[in-house]
Design a protein around this ligand. Structure first.
Ligand SMILES: Nc1ncnc2c1ncn2[C@@H]1O[C@H](COP(=O)(O)OP(=O)(O)OP(=O)(O)O)[C@@H](O)[C@H]1O
Length: 231
């Protein structure tokens, strides 16, 4: 459903992403791994349309979306949770969630009930300011906001970063439940090899902007980890 071919992207003169080919099939969880600073977030932003690739093509559900604005990509069914969450701290939880609905292509105006089944804590906090939530709750809000519009592909950039261990398990459980439904494909930037190996159908390892390893999650080898993932 998502197909990147020969993607090159960067900032100004500096080229960060080089010749990246990557695929996500419907309902799959695909993990993107790599050390800090190798270009994972840059690649996610390029998929979402926040950075224009210098060359290459991005197709989604058989359509070339390389020239689409981020807004059009969201309407086409791509949800994005950036690194650092990016919720609106001054708005209530409900207002944050309603903003997520703007990307809905089916014109829905109400938050789906299923959202609160997945994130019961958010129902209790609907009138609280986003900024008053804990880090883990903000992350849940950011994921829920991206899911509110009913995307078919969810881009999750390091959702466990900076979150206390007990909440990490909750976020992992949410990603597992998304996977079980097989209705939404997930491209997940993840540092924990253990979680990546347990959840991913496929993985890609990025090193200095290039894909240096890929395969089924059970194929991740000790050697690849040593070479490309440990600092
Ligand atoms: N806005 C920007 N302008 C210029 N260079 C940038 C910008 N954002 C990131 N970079 C550079 O691009 C490279 C890749 O950064 P990126 O954030 O994509 O890496 P990453 O793999 O996601 O790392 P991390 O895990 O630390 O977030 C780094 O060298 C970084 O300094």
């Amino acid at each position: 459903m998502l197909n990147l071919e020969r993607i090159e992207a960067g900032y100004g003169e500096s080229m960060v992403i080089r010749n990246v080919h990557l695929k996500v099939e419907p309902g799959q969880v695909v993990c993107l791994m790599g050390r800090n600073g190798v270009g994972k977030s840059t690649l996610m932003k390029t998929i979402m349309g926040l950075i224009k690739p210098r060359s290459g093509t991005i197709s989604y559900c058989g359509r070339d979306i390389t020239s689409f604005t981020p807004d059009r990509r969201a309407k086409a069914g791509i949800g994005y949770v950036p690194q650092g969450r990016d919720i609106f701290p001054q708005l209530t939880v409900e207002e944050n969630l309603l903003l997520g609905l703007e990307a809905a292509s089916d014109g829905r105006k109400r938050l789906p009930e299923s959202l609160f089944e997945t994130f019961p804590v958010l129902r209790e906090m609907l009138q609280r300011k986003g900024g008053d939530l804990s880090g883990g709750q903000q992350q849940q809000l950011a994921i829920a906001r991206a899911l509110a519009s009913g995307p078919k592909l969810l881009l999750l950039d390091e959702p466990m970063e900076g979150i206390q261990p007990s909440i990490v398990m909750e976020i992992e459980a949410i990603i597992e439940s998304i996977k079980r439904s097989r209705e939404i494909a997930v491209l997940l930037v993840e540092q924990s090899l253990e979680f990546a190996a347990s959840i991913a159908d496929h993985y890609y390892v990025l090193d200095r902007g290039t894909i240096v390893a890929k395969g089924n999650a059970e194929q991740i080898s000790e050697e690849q980890v040593r070479k490309h993932l440990t600092v």
